[in-house]
Design a protein around this ligand. Structure first.
Ligand SMILES: C[S@@+](CC[C@H](N)C(=O)[O-])C[C@H]1O[C@@H](n2cnc3c(N)ncnc32)[C@H](O)[C@@H]1O
Length: 209
């Protein structure tokens, strides 16, 4: 396995190259949309929300932005360029989930869909510590994690001609890391991810800062 910086650079370069094509697979009809709607319903009006690993902003950032002030953060400039074009009134920031460029207690809610699973597992502790640091006390976190412990890559992900990389320590370890970071894990919902090559149930963790 390549070293962490190398891996993160490969993930960024991969998303830079597939941004437009990946975007074609995402829509407001996707199976994870009810989760975003439930997340929005649980927030007060015009809450400050961070979407970490926002990609091109469809559908998560876009739905959040209907009633809230959203900041989207992503590694990939191409993803951010699509997101900015789609949601010109929202704020998008190029950055790394392991060192968020935001003050402590900045957000009432934080979503992170299908993104932490791309971060080398040695850095997941840092990611969740950063998520907790930027959340206000009582903020809601909704984050995709992985069910089973798995590290791997796909040389031609979704037939887009680009390699992609994942590092997933599994649900139990994700819970442990979230609790260690200061979150209380409240529930886990499973959603059938029909966007990826291998449709599978993906766990989404709800946690309270
Ligand atoms: C599968 S896409 C998901 C995009 C969007 N959240 C969605 O639901 O469609 C994963 C995104 O996470 C971003 N990402 C991966 N590792 C990251 C990191 N360490 N920091 C910030 N963004 C990251 C990628 O650039 C990519 O845009």
């Amino acid at each position: 396995m390549a070293d962490q910086r190398d891996l993160t650079a490969r993930v960024r370069e991969g998303y830079d190259r597939i941004a437009a094509e990946y975007d074609e697979h995402r829509s407001t009809d996707d199976t994870d949309v009810p989760l975003v709607e439930r997340f929005c319903d649980g927030l007060g009006p015009n809450a400050d929300v961070l979407d970490a690993g926002c990609g091109a902003g469809m559908p998560v950032t876009e739905l959040l932005a209907e009633g809230h002030t959203v900041t989207g953060l992503d590694l990939s400039r191409e993803q951010l360029s699509l997101a900015t074009g789609r949601l010109p009134g929202q704020s998008f920031v190029e950055g790394e989930m392991t060192r968020l460029p935001f003050d402590d207690d900045s957000f009432d809610g934080l979503t992170s869909f299908y993104a932490v699973i791309h971060v080398p597992r040695e850095r997941h502790e840092d990611v969740f510590a950063e998520f907790h640091r930027v959340c206000r006390p009582g903020a809601t976190l909704l984050c995709t994690v992985g069910d089973a412990d798995w590290t791997g890559h796909n040389e031609d992900w979704m037939g887009m001609g680009e390699a992609m990389y994942w590092d997933i320590p599994g649900l139990d370890r994700a819970r442990e890391l979230l609790e260690n970071a200061g979150f209380s894990v409240e529930r886990v919902d499973y959603v059938m991810d029909d966007v990826a090559d291998d449709p599978a149930r993906k766990p989404f963790v709800w946690a309270r800062a």
